[in-house]
Design a protein around this ligand. Sequence first.
Ligand SMILES: Nc1nc2c(ncn2[C@@H]2O[C@H](COP(=O)(O)OP(=O)(O)OP(=O)(O)O)[C@@H](O)[C@H]2O)c(=O)[nH]1
Ligand SMILES: [Mg+2]
Length: 242
Amino acid sequence: MSKLWQARFFTTVNQLRDLPRTQVPEIAFAGRSNAGKSTAINILTNQKGLAFASKTPGRTQHINFFSIGGAHVAMHRKDPTKVEDIQALLVDLPGYGYAEVSGDAKLHWQKLLGDYVQRRDQLAALVLIMDSRRPFTELDVQMLEWFAPTGKPIHCILTKVDKLNRNESTNALRQAQQVLDSYVDEDGNGFPFTVQLFSALKRVGIEEANDKIIELLGLDGDEAGQHDTQADGPDENAGRAD
Ligand SMILES: Nc1nc2c(ncn2[C@@H]2O[C@H](COP(=O)(O)OP(=O)(O)OP(=O)(O)O)[C@@H](O)[C@H]2O)c(=O)[nH]1
Ligand SMILES: [Mg+2]
């Protein structure tokens, strides 16, 4: 049972000034529209409807926050989460690169995403979700280069490996590792970048992603909440914008 299974919808924001004034570490899922961010969050939190996933690109158009902690065993999911008990936040970012978003809206989101990843102190790490068939597009590289100067870790998740055969997945992983290794600072030191393969469909890499996220959020070695036996199904998340 993972701590991430405790996740509950917390809040949704459209502008940086509305970011929650929480002090707990948060980890953000960034990536191109349709790469599989929301699907990955649903799988990792074991809740089908937590972050909406869609066949229509551009579905996530707000920054959605999900809390870990603040809910306990036998507590109904609709009961309010105690903000003071929240231990960490998962953040579903709007996808970038969605062609049909108009110029102005696109700029608004690019700026919002850039500002958020560069300035948010509580942001402990970035999870960069990329389609394993076409990783490191221009906008992915921009996101990586925006975030790299913070010195914080980036964990890349190559999704939809169910679309690749064994050889292709091995190559995709190796090539991604090479791209990440090519980043060095002025002193020739590498960055804290990691990468793994993932498939929501075939349930590949879920434990690896889970363990990495728990580690990056500093939730490992903390036994509190490990006895949560709630593993129920989707939640309606009434009132949430997606
Ligand atoms: N085959 C396969 N399809 C997947 C996988 N993960 C996600 N998908 C599909 O890809 C589509 C997009 O997934 P989402 O999770 O909504 O993508 P997103 O990154 O949240 O997209 P935006 O909200 O638009 O930014 C959906 O139809 C998913 O079912 C996977 O591992 N394998
Ligand atoms: Mg989404």
